[in-house]
Write a protein that binds this ligand. Structure first.
Ligand SMILES: Nc1ncnc2c1ncn2[C@@H]1O[C@H](COP(=O)(O)OP(=O)(O)OP(=O)(O)O)[C@@H](O)[C@H]1O
Ligand SMILES: [Mg+2]
Length: 475
């Protein structure tokens, strides 16, 4: 049921207006005799519309008008301006009033304006609900996706999140969103509000990782002048995210196994065990089963970790998500950088939709960011894309790009670098390599043996490179 809040000093006027509104519009009417009382009531009561007197001489009704959006977002306010205060009418509109009504008051006019105000409020509420629905169906806690595997993933996340301590193992190629998923599982479960502690096992040197994870007591080793709490203990009550677990050395794997089995461990140099209540989410881009077979990862730890195994599919296996992710990243960069990048034209989108995305969503995010910086205010076309996003289109596109110079100054990254932007060195080198290879292939009319000779490469090296880069179908 919609509600209208009347804030007026004159009790007769309030009463008459309330009776009229209840009769003409199906609504609940709330009343207050001044803005202070109204503000207090608004803290607890939701309202769809506010009708306030101006409250001269200071025009306190305008203060109320400015406070309403904070306490009740999207609620329109109608300001009634008494005789002798006309100058406040314009001020009220500037301060965000939905409408002003001037004395002598015609109550029916106020009721009609109120009905319009309610309509605008209804529309806003409808849009908000729609927005929520769209957002929910397109993603889960910041993870965007509409493809069937992603929808399945979202269901899994909700279920897993509800269990507060089961260990989760996330596997997936680099850039597929493993950390994003780990954070979602934490944030949607009963441990939300507690610590989420990420530890990147590949980024911390082996000898430091042990003390980082388990902590140490004073005097445990030379240099241990004070005790230090380990990250496992710091995560107690919350979630420990062991990223790149496949890179953990064997000795530590054994210690970690004990944490998983007994939920306790000893900090370095300690004689007493410490108990922890922690959910462990581990992630790796490595094939752990293979690592077990090869003997570099403990089998018992693998089974302990994979109570709830989850594979995040690479982007090329869920191409339905590409357009959505592009849209999302364009929106985010435009908002964050206050630019108006218009996205990609149809040919460029086609190329991006068929590219294999070895770096997955991270690569897509970086590309959109780069294009947004270089082409703010414009639409990026096929010719604006770095070569590697185009070559896989094959025969047709290769002809189109045949005459492109491989002068590096033409590469968009070079322009970015010139402006002091950050570029990916390896990607740049790869792209330069692509261009050289394409040039050679174009020169030899697609003859790989001759192209290899031109490049002083042996033929198998060139073939391997072509396979890796998925360059095929050349003339
Ligand atoms: N489905 C998605 N929706 C929105 N953003 C995503 C999605 N997947 C990944 N991202 C974004 O891509 C980037 C990489 O994601 P994340 O760090 O979670 O990947 P990762 O699998 O942990 O990669 P790595 O193995 O290299 O550490 C992040 O900026 C993340 O926000
Ligand atoms: Mg990661």
């Amino acid at each position: 049921m919609r509600s209208i809040f009347i804030v007026m000093a004159d009790p007769h006027m309030r009463e008459r207006l309330a009776v009229l509104l209840r009769r003409e519009i199906e609504c609940v009417v709330l009343e207050a005799e001044n803005p202070e009382v109204a503000l207090n009531m608004l803290k607890d009561e939701q309202t769809s519309l506010v009708i306030t007197d101006l409250f001269p001489p200071k025009g306190k009704g305008l203060e109320l008008l400015r406070e309403v959006p904070r306490l009740s977002p999207g609620t329109p306010t109608i300001v009634c301006i008494p005789e002798g205060s006309w100058e406040f009418g314009a001020k009220a509109m500037q301060s965000g009033a939905f409408s002003v009504v001037k004395a002598p008051y015609d109550l029916m006019e106020i009721a009609i304006t109120a009905a319009r105000g309610l309509q605008s409020h209804d529309l806003l509420v409808h849009r908000m609900h729609q927005g929520r629905k769209i957002r929910k169906s397109e993603g889960c806690h910041g993870i965007m996706g509409i493809s069937p595997p992603m929808r399945k993933l979202f269901d899994f996340i909700y279920k897993v999140a509800a269990d507060e301590s089961a260990t989760v193992l996330l596997q997936g190629e680099t850039g597929t969103g493993k950390e994003l998923v780990a954070r979602a599982i934490h944030a949607l479960g009963p441990r939300q509000g507690q610590n989420f502690v990420p530890v990147n096992c590949a980024a911390i040197p082996d000898d430091l990782l042990e003390s980082e994870l388990f902590g140490f007591v004073k005097g445990a080793f030379t240099g241990a002048v004070n005790s230090k709490m380990g990250r496992i203990q710091y995560a107690s009550g919350g979630t420990l995210f062991l990223d790149e677990i496949g890179d953990m050395k064997q000795a530590l794997q054994a210690k970690l196994l004990r944490v998983l089995q007994e939920r306790e461990f000893e900090p370095l140099g300690a004689v007493q065990s410490v108990s922890v209540d922690v959910r462990i989410i581990a992630a790796t881009h490595r094939d752990l089963e293979k690592a077990v077979e090869e003997g570099s990862f403990r089998e018992d730890l693998f089974y302990r970790l994979s109570v709830l195994p989850l594979h995040i599919p690479p982007l090329r296996e869920r191409r339905k998500d590409i357009d959505l992710l592009i849209q999302k990243f364009v929106q985010v960069f435009n908002r964050d950088r206050k630019i108006a990048f218009l996205g990609f034209d149809a040919d460029a989108l086609k190329a991006l939709n068929s590219y294999p995305w070895p770096g997955n969503v991270r690569e897509l995010e970086n590309l959109v960011q780069r294009m947004a910086i270089l082409h703010g205010g414009e639409t990026a076309a096929l010719k604006d894309l770095p070569q590697k996003y185009v070559v896989h289109l094959g025969h047709l596109q290769d002809r189109k790009t045949e005459n492109r110079s491989f002068d590096t100054t033409e590469m968009p990254e070079m322009a970015l670098l010139e402006r002091g932007g950050i570029v990916d060195f390896n990607a740049l080198v790869r792209e330069f390599e692509n261009r050289i290879i394409l040039k050679a292939l174009n020169t030899t009319g697609g003859n790989k043996k001759q192209a290899a000779e031109l490049l002083s490469l042996n033929r198998t090296t060139l073939m391997e490179k072509l396979k890796k880069k998925q360059i095929d179908g050349l003339p």
